[in-house]
Design a protein around this ligand. Structure first.
Ligand SMILES: *[C@@H]1O[C@H](CO)[C@@H](O)[C@H](O)[C@H]1NC(C)=O
Ligand SMILES: *[C@@H]1O[C@H](CO)[C@@H](O)[C@H](O)[C@H]1NC(C)=O
Ligand SMILES: *[C@@H]1O[C@H](CO)[C@@H](O)[C@H](O)[C@H]1NC(C)=O
Ligand SMILES: *[C@@H]1O[C@H](CO)[C@@H](O)[C@H](O)[C@H]1NC(C)=O
Ligand SMILES: *[C@@H]1O[C@H](CO)[C@@H](O)[C@H](O)[C@H]1NC(C)=O
Ligand SMILES: *[C@@H]1O[C@H](CO)[C@@H](O)[C@H](O)[C@H]1NC(C)=O
Ligand SMILES: *[C@@H]1O[C@H](CO)[C@@H](O)[C@H](O)[C@H]1NC(C)=O
Ligand SMILES: *[C@@H]1O[C@H](CO)[C@@H](O)[C@H](O)[C@H]1NC(C)=O
Ligand SMILES: *[C@@H]1O[C@H](CO)[C@@H](O)[C@H](O)[C@H]1NC(C)=O
Ligand SMILES: *[C@@H]1O[C@H](CO)[C@@H](O)[C@H](O)[C@H]1NC(C)=O
Length: 480
């Protein structure tokens, strides 16, 4: 009888202990950090937004085209404002390249020096990166930066392609440009800088905190910390003011495994925007390819690839069932996959004999007259419709959404709220149209594969009459 009581006692104790341990573990938050007392209720929603671009010297527009703030000036303005912290995620760290063409790389070196100098101003620089061996990151660490290494290979078999800054949990840079000297010189980039916007910065910081917490992890948690839960998403957007004009904003993320509770996936953000479009959808991306492959997509391992229909399917529906006008501006550069042309032509032929179905495709190419091996590329990654703009970090290729880490920013603003040029949605549309009508584009033509890859593998398709070497410089009005 006594031993039975003892047994019950011990069992009860063990149970208590187990419950205690469980409680401790659920209460202690191993991931994420505090948010400086800023909450959803008292964060700032009266923001200022500026479109930033890097336009390479080689790009020439018509004289009357609009110019937006140069990217380097925008980034420096953020560093000028920084007071306590600068948090950066970027695909690359190649700012200080001294072997690059001298002169051109100066902007990158200058930005690098300023980042190195942050510690002296008592500002914390935090970097999340998937480059363990970067000499620039080692140098930044030596100058007091904190760098967290994320082993993307083991987590998702991909790369970090996210590209944004969060400054003082208040100001934000978001766009296509990474910490690469070419992003400040020969590459064409587009992004936004948003000032005085702690509501949005708080949510973007949570995406940063997710990467930050993955330091040296070799698995992804099945449940993410509450502190990484999205504050805003496609169902619950953030209503704020951009330059005193109303806007609704949220962030998205990919891959799926990097989306904690409530976070909208990139692909769903794109889907929502395509669905909400009333009249037109303009898309500007470096690569468009509805394929997914285990390794890198190459022209010699097609048998390892699968068709990835998500975006292709959405566009087909918008085109043929809803009569939305779609324009696709894709880069023509040395890594353009030869299948790009086939898939785009297939989209195009969907509209055959349909009165209200309109798909136009153009290729943007920059040929560096002096040195073809270091070609400038249009690296824009955005979509703009009649009422919203999506600025993303990844190209529209299956692999990018499935394996790589990226983020997206969606801004909706009703049409015709203010003067025509006053909203950021309108400004991005103007930037798209400027590129579209520029002399660097060329229309997709039947049975013609543009010669994008002077150095790439030979295309697997029988190349029909290739265009002449001047294709990048021809007028935009080539027949379709
Ligand atoms: C915001 O609210 C929290 C909690 O209510 C408070 O601790 C914090 O000081 C407030 N922050 C500001 C900037 O008002
Ligand atoms: C800019 O100039 C071009 C050529 O001179 C002209 O076709 C176009 O309509 C002009 N655009 C605007 C917005 O004035
Ligand atoms: C950055 O470039 C400068 C000039 O080439 C060089 O002196 C310096 O050592 C470089 N720093 C790093 C960290 O590579
Ligand atoms: C990343 O993870 C892989 C697989 O576990 C491992 O082989 C590799 O060494 C790791 N990389 C680093 C820099 O730790
Ligand atoms: C941010 O807000 C503060 C205070 O409201 C204002 O003084 C400052 O000029 C604003 N900064 C920017 C970049 O708009
Ligand atoms: C793909 O094709 C190549 C050559 O045709 C072949 O060597 C390779 O084994 C194939 N791979 C798979 C996974 O089928
Ligand atoms: C095409 O669009 C016009 C104007 O939006 C509409 O009047 C017409 O009925 C549409 N035609 C078809 C075949 O849907
Ligand atoms: C062309 O660019 C490559 C790589 O940037 C460089 O190695 C090469 O020296 C350059 N050639 C000329 C003629 O400038
Ligand atoms: C809008 O355009 C008008 C004239 O075209 C110009 O004066 C004004 O500064 C522009 N506003 C913005 C925000 O670009
Ligand atoms: C917002 O205001 C700033 C100047 O205060 C201006 O540079 C910027 O272009 C404006 N943004 C938009 C979208 O009009």
């Amino acid at each position: 009888m006594k031993s039975q009581q003892k047994c019950i006692m011990i069992f009860a104790l063990v149970c208590c202990f187990a419950i205690l341990v469980a409680l401790i573990f659920s209460a202690v938050d191993l991931w994420g950090e505090d948010e400086d007392g800023i909450t959803e209720d008292n964060c700032s929603k009266n923001c200022r937004i500026v479109l930033v671009e890097n336009i390479p010297e080689d790009v020439s527009y018509w004289d009357n085209s609009t110019a937006y703030l140069p990217l380097s000036m925008g980034l420096h303005s953020l560093l000028d404002l920084a007071f306590r912290s600068v948090e950066i995620v970027t695909p690359d760290w190649v700012l200080n390249s001294s072997d690059a063409e001298p002169g051109i790389s100066k902007q990158g070196q200058y930005l690098f020096q300023r980042l190195q100098g942050l510690r002296a101003r008592k500002i914390n620089l935090k970097v999340a990166s998937d480059h363990p061996d970067s000499s620039e990151l080692k140098s930044l660490t030596a100058h007091g930066a904190e760098v967290h290494y994320v082993n993307m290979t083991v987590l998702t078999r991909g790369y970090i392609h996210s590209s944004f800054w969060v400054v003082d949990r208040k100001h934000v840079y978001f766009g296509s440009a990474g910490m690469d000297w070419r992003s400040l010189s020969k590459m064409k980039e587009l992004g936004v800088i948003i000032y005085n916007c702690s509501c949005l910065a708080m949510d973007l910081h949570r995406i940063f905190a997710l990467y930050w917490g993955l330091q040296y992890k070799d698995f992804l948690p099945s449940i993410w910390s509450k502190r990484l839960t999205a504050v805003y998403n496609k169902e619950k957007t953030l209503s704020l003011l951009f330059n005193n004009t109303k806007a609704n904003v949220y962030l998205s993320s990919s891959p799926d495994a990097f989306c904690p509770r409530e976070r909208t996936r990139d692909i769903d953000a794109i889907f929502r925007m395509i669905q909400d479009a009333q009249r037109f959808i303009y898309i500007s991306v470096t690569d468009y390819l509805p394929l997914i492959s285990k390794g890198r997509l190459r022209s010699d391992n097609f048998n390892m690839s699968r068709y990835w229909s998500r975006i292709d399917g959405m566009l087909r529906e918008a085109l043929i069932l809803r009569g939305i006008k779609v324009r696709l501006l894709v880069s023509c550069w040395k890594h353009t996959h030869p299948f790009t042309f086939n898939f785009l032509w297939s989209l195009k032929s969907l509209c055959m004999d349909m009165p209200n179905c309109s798909l136009e495709v153009k290729f943007f190419s920059l040929k560096d007259q002096r040195n073809v091996t270091s070609q400038g590329v249009n690296r824009n990654k955005f979509m703009v419709t009649d009422s919203a703009v999506y600025i993303g970090n990844v190209d529209w290729v299956g692999n990018e959404f499935v394996y790589n880490a990226g983020a997206g920013l969606v801004i909706s603003q009703a049409e015709g709220l203010e003067e025509r040029n006053a909203t950021v949605v309108e400004q991005v549309k103007v930037a798209f149209e400027r590129d579209w009508h520029s002399r660097h584009t060329k229309s997709l033509q039947a049975n013609k594969v543009p010669d994008c890859s002077k150095h790439g593998a030979s295309p697997p398709l029988p190349p029909k009459a290739l265009t002449d070497s001047q294709d990048g410089k021809q007028s935009a009005n080539a027949p379709l």
